[in-house]
Design a protein around this ligand. Sequence first.
Ligand SMILES: Cc1cc2nc3c(=O)[nH]c(=O)nc-3n(C[C@H](O)[C@H](O)[C@H](O)COP(=O)(O)OP(=O)(O)OC[C@H]3O[C@@H](n4cnc5c(N)ncnc54)[C@H](O)[C@@H]3O)c2cc1C
Ligand SMILES: NC(=O)C1=CN([C@@H]2O[C@H](COP(=O)(O)OP(=O)(O)OC[C@H]3O[C@@H](n4cnc5c(N)ncnc54)[C@H](OP(=O)(O)O)[C@@H]3O)[C@@H](O)[C@H]2O)C=CC1
Ligand code: HEM
Ligand SMILES: [Cu+2]
Ligand SMILES: [Fe+3]
Length: 456
Amino acid sequence: MPEGDMAKPLLGHRSMEGDPSTMPAAGRTIGVLGSGDFARSLAIRLVCSGFKVVVGSRNPKRKAGLFPSAAEVTFQAEAVKKTDVIFVAVFREHYSTLCDLADVLAGKILVDVSNNTEVNHHKESNAEYLASLFPACTVVKGFNVVSAWTLQSGARDGNKQVLICSNNQEAKRTVAEIAQVMGFTPVDMGCMSSACEIENIPLRLLPAWKIPILLALGLFLCFFTYNLIRQVIHPYIREQKNKLYKIPIEVVNTTLPCVAYVMLSLVYLPGVLAACSQLYYGTKYRRFPDWLDQWLQHRKQIGLLSFFCAALHAVYSLCLPMRRSHRYQLIETAVKQVMWKKMNIWVEEEVWRMEIYISVGIIALGLLSLLAITSLPSIANSLNWREFSFIQVKLTFSGPHTDHGGQRLTCHPSTSLLWHGNCKLCTGVKGKPCRSTPLRAPWSHGTPHPGGDTER
Ligand SMILES: Cc1cc2nc3c(=O)[nH]c(=O)nc-3n(C[C@H](O)[C@H](O)[C@H](O)COP(=O)(O)OP(=O)(O)OC[C@H]3O[C@@H](n4cnc5c(N)ncnc54)[C@H](O)[C@@H]3O)c2cc1C
Ligand SMILES: NC(=O)C1=CN([C@@H]2O[C@H](COP(=O)(O)OP(=O)(O)OC[C@H]3O[C@@H](n4cnc5c(N)ncnc54)[C@H](OP(=O)(O)O)[C@@H]3O)[C@@H](O)[C@H]2O)C=CC1
Ligand code: HEM
Ligand SMILES: [Cu+2]
Ligand SMILES: [Fe+3]
């Protein structure tokens, strides 16, 4: 790592957050065991954040060149002696090779940063395993959710959160402070039993998206097969016409809007089912069945995928006239027109149909884009709940709700509150919303009702 890069502060806005040297953790000596990618990034970041760093390696001479000159690289036992807080940047498989250090490590804080390459098949989490190897040490789990790359490039890129857990409050606080000085946001995840959960987080691949993506793929496959039979296979069998050229654009372009439409209806259908269930049972304080609950919670992802398909459809549609096949067809029509000596082939009805078709398509796409943009967390957070629900519900004509006939059903905190003026449960004035707290997501569950009773 060149010195030039080292001199640059990693956090541009650090001065605004106050001098980190005033924090109790700042300036202390931190140990790092291991000299791999993670150890190196950690050392660089720690040095830049004003800590003294000692790196413990099995082969310090060979590895010293990889670390910033401000960090001291020495033998494992030497390094451990100089500090009370040690990051163990070694894989779980090699934890047992550190057992020789047990005596020097006694009474110190070990930070377990390890991840698994697959879901843990061991009985206990890596951190609990480390704790069992070193009973005289205090083990804190943390930093595994940030990558070596995030550490080096600064917390302003990537996720700022560092999840921390430990059975020792004191040690947890110390590590949280270190994380804070490094520019991260520590999140207290409780005691050591959470370690397993924390270790599995980096293994998850967009968990909320799995079902919606499978759904979209399944729908795409069904509609694609249908359109393929209709537009390619059927003409071939009936008239021996070769229409294979239609597959890449035309068949895909008739498939995409169908998927978009079905997905869009799947966004709003569960709300209707939920309302029906509430009307049927005459209460909103009844748990929805799990499948409906899951469905309600996946609406955002389903909606975004619908938007994605619609946007692709628009791009495909705009490219239709660009194709060579389209040019040939135009010329063919013109030649036929000349041959038939027909001057005017203008059909008023078809012209209007297409004009309306496309203009409505453009408006629909515009509204969908608005929904999609406001569902980006950074934008959603900058809107207050009323603006958010105005865009998400009113602008897309998904309301007003059907549940406002009976007083008992009114005032559901998970929905747009624009129609809640006459809510009796609510202490709000007419026209005023019943919930003053900012809207996290209309489907966030278990929110206490401002009238006092807790939903579900
Ligand atoms: C591109 C795109 C992006 C989207 N992004 C977002 C987004 O970021 N955030 C977002 O909120 N929506 C998003 N949506 C989804 C859509 O806007 C929501 O469906 C809408 O916010 C919910 O309003 P609704 O009128 O359907 O009411 P629903 O919430 O469906 O409510 C209908 C009725 O069901 C009952 N009900 C619903 N949920 C519950 C519950 N949890 N507990 C008890 N009763 C309940 C109530 O009686 C309610 O009146 C997106 C959609 C699209 C197409
Ligand atoms: N890379 C990343 O982005 C992230 C890594 N992590 C975790 O950090 C830890 C280290 O990862 P990473 O730096 O990528 O791995 P590397 O393979 O790059 O480094 C592992 C280091 O462990 C040290 N080590 C100590 N004892 C042994 C031993 N017996 N056998 C082999 N190596 C030993 C070695 O240092 P030496 O030879 O100097 O002793 C080696 O450099 C892992 O637990 C990983 O899960 C967590 C989050 C992200
Ligand atoms: C800029 C926006 C859009 C443009 C320019 C556009 C254009 C077109 C065109 C040219 C067709 C005819 C395609 C063909 O016959 O093969 C079409 C069909 C269709 N569009 Fe759009 N569209 C747009 C947005 C949308 C949106 C947002 C939706 C719905 C979510 C949608 C739904 C459909 C449907 C269902 C069809 C019929 C598919 C078929 O069976 O042929 N369109 N669109
Ligand atoms: Cu209310
Ligand atoms: Fe409502």
